[in-house]
Structures are given as C-alpha cells and as structure tokens.
Design a protein around this ligand. Structure first.
Ligand code: KDG
Ligand code: MG
Length: 409
C-alpha cells in the first residue's frame, strides 16, 4: 500500500479545526488525523500542504515510526508548535489508517485494553463562587467525578477559563471575517488572583464536601515564587492537581514549587517534544504529564512519554481542550486505555456542528470516556459538510498587567 494523497481540510463548525486525510492507492482506504493549533491554524495547514504532503506521496503508510523520524528529525529544523502539530496530524491519520487496515481499534494496536474507560474531568467556571458551584453541580449531573474549577477574580475580566473572558467574548471580539479585528486585550493582576484561589476552593469544599475531585488551571500566569505560594496555600483543599503552576520554559523552577508543597502538579500542554518533559518527569517534579497529542507529534511521541513517566510514578493527563479536534480526543482515549500509568483525561465535551462535520468523538459514560470499537481511531470527516463551514480568522485573547505591560495568557 502507498500514500496517494494528503488532504488538508480547514473548517470552522463553531471554531477552526485542521483535519488531515491520508488517502492510499487502495480505493476507500484512508486515515483521518487532527492538526489544529488554536489561532495558528493556517500556519499548520501551509506547513502540511506546502512542505510535508509532497514528501509523503508514494511512501508506505505502515511505517509510522520511520515517517515520524523522517518528518520530525530528518528535515534538520525540529520542534515548535507549528511543526509538531503538523507531524501530529500525519501521525494520527497514519495510526487511524493502520487500525483500519488491521481491522482493529487503535488501543488494540497499542498493546490492548488496560481499563474499562478513561476517567474524565470536565470544566466548570463562574463569575461568582455561587455561579461556579452551580456549574460544578451541572458537570456532576453529566457524570463527571472530577471537575476543573475556575472563578473570576473580582474586577478582572481576564481571569482564565471564565466564559466571559474567553468562550463568550472570543467569538465576538476575536473572530473576524476579513476586516480589522477588535482587540481582545484584558487587564489582570496576579496578586489578587493568588488571594482569590484559596477562597474559591474553601467555598467549594464547604458546599460540596469531598463528593467530587477538583482541579485548577493556573495557565502559567505566575512566577515560580508565586506558584510556590499558591501550591502551599491550596494544600488543605486536596486538589486532584494544580495545573501549569509555571510556564513551560521554567522546567527547573518546578523544583521550587515542589519544595513548597505536596499539592499534586500537572504540566505539559505547551511542550512540543519528549525532551521538554524529561526533567519534570525524571526529577519527579510533576505528578501528571499532560502533553497535547495534537501538538507533540501525535501518538508516536506521546506513548514514549508515557513509557518514560511510568517508572517515575508520573501518570498521564493528556490535554483535551475544545480547540483540538475529535481525532485528537479519540487518540487520547485510545492511548489512555492501553497504558498502565494513565491518570485522568481532560474532556470539555464537544457539541454542535463539529460532531456532524467530524464524527467519532469519544463517548462519555458515567464519568468515563470510552474508546471507539471501530477499526482505527473511529473518527471521520464529512468533506462536503466541512466546506460549508469555511475558516474564520480567530486569535486567542492577550493579557496585560494593570500597568499595561504584556503578560502570559
Ligand atoms: O488554545 C489554548 C487552550 O488549549 C488552553 O487554554 C486550554 O489550558 C487549557 C486546558 O487546560 O484545557
Ligand atoms: Mg491548561
């Protein structure tokens, strides 16, 4: 079998997705992957179309590891989110294809099933603690046993993870149809945030007791010293994990956070190679490694990271936001259900037209995500429908401190 064509489909059924479809010389035999990089979708599409696809025509799609090495190392330039998202799109499509050819779901090719399903966590947020509590209760009703909680810091529109700061505002303020984009730049103040998080958790624990596990995402907005302070201050509330307490470039600074507290730490959604994850894993500076399969070169790199993490007692919590496509979510769950050191799977729940354009997202049953039993990843792309939802220019918001200087979003 040979690769005949690599199609790159950019579509916006609610938000932008980049889909890779690898077609072979056998009629009707193809694989589907996800190469979505939020806010930089067209850069990845160009990397795929102009540079990568021409290299793949005529190659044997069975040789996933060799193709991965060829694309990720062979071209000399390596790493970075654009390139590794492009490689991920190819890698996921090749695994899907391999499964289809073998007539087996991908988890079976990865070693076979290790668990009934992947324990999932959903997102809850609120402008106020009361709103947040209501949202947590909604997630519990949906079946989630673990919930990520984010509350607005009073007076700060840029609090991370709050609908008004991102989900609701972004479509109006950040997506354009060709005209000039209104700016989505918001003020934020770390000290007020540091004071607010323990209060939020204290309130939730007083209302919910220990009926649900809680996570919180700092989103890399703190200095190492501030992160150490927060990890210590939230210790009494027994988080499932505190996510991205520092930025990814502060790998060694995780030592400072670790020394300050026993709060479980999770990092990795901005890593783009296994090397980024090495020090945090081998020094046991984190409890959960949460790389994004769509940004780290796909299943091929992620399963190596899981294997590196296993003897160090580090478990996985692969990134699963709504800005990666169903093929990446499906790949997460196939891997979750085939490794021994799985921890938890982020799943925001995909809804709306995306499920028709890109069918096959994993199913959530009683708080667990189930991998598809269909051959491959169990996903597909409806190309005609995708064409009815053309790309819309969109950016992530930008955060500034109250003095006007740029801060990390
Ligand atoms: O594109 C950025 C998002 O993927 C990110 O903000 C989501 O931090 C995130 C998470 O943990 O899901
Ligand atoms: Mg995150």
């Amino acid at each position: 079998m040979k690769i005949r064509n690599v199609k790159v489909i950019v579509t916006c059924p609610g938000r932008n997705y980049v889909v890779v479809k690898i077609e072979t010389d056998e009629p009707g035999v193809y694989g589907v992957g996800d190469a979505t990089l939020n806010g930089r979708e067209l850069a990845v599409a160009a990397a795929l179309q102009d540079h990568i696809a021409p290299l793949l025509i005529g190659r044997d799609p069975d040789r996933i590891e060799d193709i991965w090495q060829y694309l990720a190392r062979g071209g000399y330039w390596r790493g970075g989110p654009v390139q590794m998202t492009a490689v991920a799109g190819i890698d996921l499509a090749l695994w899907d294809l391999k499964g289809k050819v073998a007539g087996r779901p991908v988890y079976s090719l990865l070693g076979g099933r290790t668990r009934k399903g992947a324990l999932a966590y959903g997102h809850a947020s609120g402008e106020t603690h009361e709103e947040l509590l209501e949202d947590v209760r909604r997630r519990i009703e949906e079946g989630f046993r673990v919930v990520r909680v984010q509350a607005a810091v009073p007076g700060q529109p840029a609090s991370y993870g709050i609908d008004t700061a991102y989900g609701k505002l972004a479509p109006e303020a950040g997506i354009g149809d060709g005209g000039p984009l209104p700016l989505l730049e918001q003020d934020w103040e770390p000290r007020a945030y540091l004071r607010s998080v323990p209060k939020m958790l204290e309130y939730l624990r007083s209302e919910l007791g220990d009926t649900v596990e809680l996570c919180h995402d700092v989103h890399g907005r703190l200095t190492p010293g501030e992160a150490a302070l927060l990890a210590r201050d939230v210790e009494p509330f027994h988080l499932f994990f505190l996510e991205d307490p520092v930025r990814p470039e502060h790998r060694e600074s995780l030592r400072l956070v670790r020394r300050a507290s026993t709060t479980p730490l999770a990092m990795g959604e901005l890593y783009t190679t296994k090397y980024d994850a090495l020090t945090p894993i081998t020094e046991q500076l984190i409890d959960y490694v949460r790389c994004d399969l769509a940004h780290i070169g796909g299943l091929t790199e992620a399963r190596k990271i899981a294997a590196i993490a296993e003897p160090f007692g580090v478990r996985t919590a692969w990134h699963g936001p709504d800005d990666i496509g169903p093929a990446a979510h499906a790949a997460n769950v196939h891997l979750d259900c085939a490794i021994s050191n799985f921890g938890i799977q982020e799943y925001p729940g995909l809804t709306g037209a995306v499920l028709d354009v890109l069918p096959g997202a994993p199913e959530l049953v009683d708080g667990y995500l189930l991998p598809s039993e269909a051959p491959g990843l169990g996903v597909d792309v409806d190309e005609q429908l995708a064409a009815r939802f053309p790309y819309r220019r969109a950016y992530l918001p930008t955060v500034r401190l109250t003095d006007g200087s740029v801060h990390d979003w």
